[in-house]
Design a protein around this ligand. Structure first.
Ligand SMILES: [Zn+2]
Length: 319
């Protein structure tokens, strides 16, 4: 009602308006997600793959029974052949206009290990080192991370022309992998966080990402603002004591019929946005996917929902 209140409201609305979601682009029969701010950088190639199209054959359970689906699996999984995965990758990289680029990947271990990639380091290209983030400022190299629920994060420093590809599940998030990759860019390339555009790709949403007391406790110990990223009984879980209504219920039940342990829902996108923001990336320079991989298995792979499934790739490179 008052002019003051009216004036206060649009400020949060502006913040939201400024943070563009990722957009779906169709090309060469595929559909890929792009961040508009990254797409505007002429020296950069980037994109997040989706499940659609591709030559892999995944047997999926649907309401109508089992069907075999053609999917764009980009990870070497047990159920797929190497040949098909390579075929899919070739198609995806061509869609990004990254065909001639040298691909650098990781053996992802949910760590906070960051690797600096250079053309001189052929070892790194051949072996895929253990770790969860890659950074470079050299052209002709394509940095990739694989996901199926964890959040893939791409960073681009528009002034120094440096980039990062990051894999951030709850363990990586808890270890601030995005902040560490950015810190390493500062150290190696002189990156200033205010020059960085960040794109957070499709991961499991808060709607579906149920976690137990150990996750709540670890986040509470590491982040003063962690409560804002959880829905459900976060404080009780983090403290290690139970909801007072929960214990009596439990004792009234015969063994084997106990209520499940209380759980909370974690918002990995919100957590990573906050971590990048605290590290100096401007909120308006962070775009993120609005999709939940577990809700949208028509579009994405979800390990938590499907177990036997494919992998998506988030890729970034300097032309
Ligand atoms: Zn969901």
């Amino acid at each position: 009602m008052t002019p003051v209140a009216a004036k206060n409201k649009p400020s949060t609305r502006n913040v939201r308006k400024k943070t563009a979601p990722l957009i779906l682009r169709r090309a060469r029969g595929l559909q890929i997600l792009e961040a508009p701010q990254l797409a505007r950088l002429s020296w950069l190639v980037h994109g997040f793959s989706t499940r659609l199209a591709g030559v892999s054959e995944l047997e999926a359970n649907h309401d109508s029974g089992k069907i075999t689906e053609n999917v764009l699996n980009l990870g070497f999984t047990d159920w797929d052949t190497r040949e098909r995965v390579l075929n899919n990758r070739q198609n995806f990289f061509a869609t990004l206009k990254a065909s001639g680029m040298r691909v650098f990947a990781l053996r992802q271990i949910h760590s906070d290990l960051v690797h600096v990639v250079s053309a001189a380091n052929s070892q790194l290209s051949a072996e895929a080192p253990k770790g969860d983030a890659l950074i470079t400022n050299q052209s002709g190299l394509l940095l990739v991370v694989q996901t199926a629920d964890c959040v893939p994060i791409l960073l681009a420093d528009k002034k120094r022309r440096a980039i990062a590809a990051i894999h951030s599940g709850w363990r990586g998030t808890r270890q601030r992998i995005a902040e560490k990759a950015l810190g390493r860019m500062q150290m190696e390339f002189g990156t200033h966080p205010q020059d960085v555009f960040a794109a957070l790709g499709p991961g499991i949403g808060q709607c579906c990402f149920e976690v137990g007391p150990e996750v709540a406790a670890e986040f509470a110990a590491k982040f003063p603002e962690a409560r804002e990223w959880f829905k459900g009984p976060f404080d009780a879980l983090a403290r290690g004591d139970h909801d007072p209504n929960w214990l009596p219920w439990l004792t009234m039940r015969p063994p084997g019929h106990q209520l499940p342990e209380p759980r909370a829902h974690l918002d990995l996108i919100a957590a990573n946005r906050a971590i990048l923001g605290a590290a100096g990336v401007l909120p308006r320079n962070i775009s993120s996917s609005v999709f939940c991989t577990a809700c949208r298995t028509d579009l994405f792979f979800s390990y938590r929902r499907e177990r036997v499934t494919g992998r998506m790739i988030a890729a970034i490179g300097i032309r």
